[in-house]
Design a protein around this ligand. Structure first.
Ligand code: DGJ
Length: 731
């Protein structure tokens, strides 16, 4: 059993693949203490790690110093108002206005498998993969139950956590914060890594030292955001891509979040993760329960790289669902950068005709096909085909595209409403707003209050009508602004604080309904580029548009940062035209293909207008995609060099699980004068296997390729790239 309870030491030992996580019940007051998280340990009593024999001692020995005890005790779940002044996970206010809580152990259960989280995304696992521990704690004074839920993945270094809070009190209570995870590490000598950015610069890596005080990232923008990603890792200061202890935390949620490492007074570090308490409160009536979303915790004893590979395996196998979970995705061509709003049936068919000849498999019609939309100023909410633009209607267009042996995909932005729309004219109160206050526009649009049943129903039915009207096999679900003016006309005053979380639940509800009713549709998530690139979304959509910045060189950083957490199979990446529309850079078509290959792969250009030379390269790139996509989608990712460390080149590799095949993608960002070749040591190969370089026919051992390396030569000029493919000798 991956989770054991030892009656004598009163400890729970959770054993994942190479990881142990230990929790103890402490003192007669039954505090729930954190003992250990890290490398797998034998079954032994290591409760001394909690330092309970030192001052200020447990309250049964020294009650005059209860407060200092609470302020230093390594807890499994921090509460507020009694003396633990580090970051609290739980804050509860009673009708009397008191905001004090404290929990102690009541009971526990251990069972095989992993429970679902109602209405929310979560990783899943069979009974023979996962074991779950539920520790029920109580605040006797409040008559509140807090259930700490842990699931262990036995074949991965993964432990997940979530929390349920149940009000058994006669009166209602107000939850002011319910974070999902707290780990008190007994050390402060960590570095912390988070992912930050902006529109077009998503998920750049930020590494710094954990110091006294709080560091991390957060969002209260209503979505996980371009600016911050719901991920944090603390690690040995000496940890590298390939060595050192790394603890990664990722939130399976798409809304407001906090991810924080707090350096504390006794050189400990508290890591917390959960729904951001800003813009959150939840009224809990007698008998009601609130469930906080899931946090995935990963331990790696081989640096950041192994943490990523563990997360990739988990997400590919135990989070992503649906028909495309393990399937190669069709190569698509999206018309956004090709035409923006300026298209009609003929234009789209001309793109599809040319694209189909080149081997492209799906046409995606982006923004601008509905209402009167010819710019981003109007029509969101009016999901009715604009037949002036699409002469003959949608079905005609889709049928024509299908006749070319291509699939057809369509863009929606379901959560939004334009003030200039039929919908707004009829239902001006359907957006999130505060009565009497002028709403804050962004991209000239408001956010629909989809927490209201009738609004959600309207949106779903309008989408459904479009989807049933033609053979649509892909949806790009976009979301182009963040939430503001938080007010819902459907919620009473004391539930307005629930809006942000209810909003995320409503998005999940819509996506669950859509993917259940249209299981054959490939759903790609998007939010003004990559503002909702999170594990929550991966539960519904196996791929997410990573960024509106399609420049190959910018993408190296974006995709590298994204790959810290999320698998390449999920990273939406396209070849676009040059000069690049975001940065004006000119890069070779070949390099653009090599960079997009490390994602889902597709095109975002007018294939009828690009140069013949570029167009002629597309069939070769299509063959390249079909040749390597299985390896890229299912293999192990090894990051060899990144632009965050060295601005001259980038190199990543994919190695098949059986180590029989490997592909390395090398991009020379800046050419170096008087420098004839660069030696690059490969990673992830089997040192005892002999590999043949497919291009040169040379055969070397994995040991030589990893320790001696390969020589990259003959790349003339900036932004040049190269693929190096190895197969096991004899295959
Ligand atoms: C933002 C997306 O990221 C783009 O790809 C495109 O779909 C536009 N929205 C359309 O408005």
């Amino acid at each position: 059993m991956a989770i054991k309870y030892n009656e004598k030491s009163r400890t729970f030992k959770l054993d994942a693949k190479d990881t142990s996580y230990i929790i103890a019940i402490v003192d007669e007051e039954q505090f729930i203490g954190h003992v250990y998280f890290g490398e797998k340990l034998p079954d032994e009593n290591v409760n001394y790690l909690m330092r309970l024999e030192e001052a200020p001692f447990v309250p049964s020995k020294n009650n005059r110093n209860r407060l200092p005890f609470l302020d230093s005790f390594p807890t499994e779940y921090s509460t507020s108002g009694l003396g633990d002044f580090r970051e609290p996970c739980l804050k509860v206010t009673t009708l009397s206005g008191a905001a004090v809580s404290g929990i102690s152990y009541l009971s526990h259960k251990i069972y095989s498998g992993k429970p679902k989280l109602k209405g929310m995304p979560a990783t899943f696992g069979e009974e023979d993969e996962c074991t779950t521990l539920e520790i029920t704690c109580v605040d006797k004074h409040l008559n509140l139950e807090v259930i700490l839920v842990y699931s262990v993945f036995e074949n991965l270094d993964v432990i997940t956590r979530s929390v349920k809070v149940k009000n058994n009190c006669e009166e209602s209570i107000m939850l002011n914060r319910v974070l999902s995870c707290c780990v008190d590490f007994d050390r402060i000598d960590f570095d912390v890594v988070t992912l930050h950015g902006a529109w077009s610069r998503e998920r750049h890596i930020n590494r710094r030292t954990v110091t006294l005080g709080k560091q991390g990232c957060s969002s209260f923008r209503g979505e996980s955001s371009h600016q911050d990603n719901p991920f944090i890792a603390v690690m040995d200061k000496t940890a590298t891509e390939d060595s050192g202890r790394v603890y990664g935390f990722n939130f399976v949620y798409s809304g407001n979040f906090i991810a924080q490492a707090e350096g504390c007074q006794f050189d400990t570090t508290r890591v917390v993760m959960g729904i951001h308490p800003m813009d959150f409160s939840w009224k809990l009536e007698n008998g009601e329960e609130f469930t906080a979303p899931e946090v995935v915790m990963v331990y790696s004893n081989e640096g950041i790289g192994k943490m990523s590979r563990t997360l990739h395996d988990l997400y590919r196998n135990n989070l992503i669902r649906g028909e495309y979970k393990d399937k190669k995705r069709p190569i698509l061509i999206n018309n956004w950068e090709a035409t923006y709003f300026d298209f009609n049936t003929d234009k789209l068919i001309s793109i599809a005709k040319e694209a189909s000849k080149l081997g492209i498999e799906m046409l995606v019609m982006d923004d601008g096909w509905f209402g009167n939309r010819s710019s981003d100023n109007c029509s969101l909410g009016d999901w009715v085909v604009n037949e002036e633009k699409l002469k003959g209607g949608l079905k005609y267009l889709v049928d024509e595209v299908n006749k070319l042996n291509m699939k057809f995909g369509i863009w929606f932005e379901p959560e939004m409403i334009s003030p200039d729309s039929k919908l707004y004219r009829v239902h001006p109160d359907w957006c999130i707003h505060i009565e009497g206050r002028v709403g804050t526009l962004c991209r000239n649009q408001y956010v629909l209050d989809i927490t209201r049943e009738e609004v959600r129903e309207y949106i779903y039915q309008s989408m459904k009508k479009v989807l049933l009207s033609a053979n649509i096999e892909y949806i790009k679900w976009d979301m182009n602004r963040q939430l503001s003016d938080l007010g819902s006309s459907a919620l009473p005053y004391d539930r307005q604080g629930e809006l942000s979380h209810r909003y995320v639940l409503a998005v999940y509800d819509l996506m669950e309904r859509l993917t259940s009713e249209f299981p054959h549709i490939l759903l790609e998530n998007c939010s003004g580029g990559g503002a909702r690139f999170d594990a929550g979304m991966l539960y519904y959509s196996p791929q997410i548009w990573a960024s509106d910045d399609t420049d190959a060189i910018e993408r190296l950083k974006i995709q590298h940062g994204t790959s810290l957490v999320y698998p390449s199979s999920a990273i939406g990446a396209h070849v676009s035209d040059c000069p690049n529309h975001t940065v004006g850079r000119i890069t070779p078509f070949e390099t653009r293909g090599h960079v997009a290959l490390a994602g889902t792969f597709g095109y975002e250009l007018d294939v009828t207008k690009i140069s013949k030379e570029d167009r002629d390269m597309i069939p070769k790139q299509v063959r390249m995609y079909h040749k390597y996509n299985d390896l890229i989608r299912t293999g192990d990712l090894y990051r060899i060099n990144s632009l965050f460390e060295n601005s001259e080149y980038n190199c990543i590799g994919y190695v098949s699980k059986d180590k029989a095949e490997a592909l390395f993608i090398y991009v020379q960002v800046l050419a170096r004068p008087n420098y004839h070749s660069r030696r690059v040591c490969l990673k992830g190969l089997d040192k005892n296997t002999y590999y043949r370089n497919e291009e040169t026919g040379e055969v070397y051992s994995g040991a030589a390729l990893m320790n001696g390396g390969i020589l990259i030569k003959d790349l003339w000029g900036d932004f040049k790239s190269k693929l190096v493919h190895f197969v096991r000798e004899g295959e």
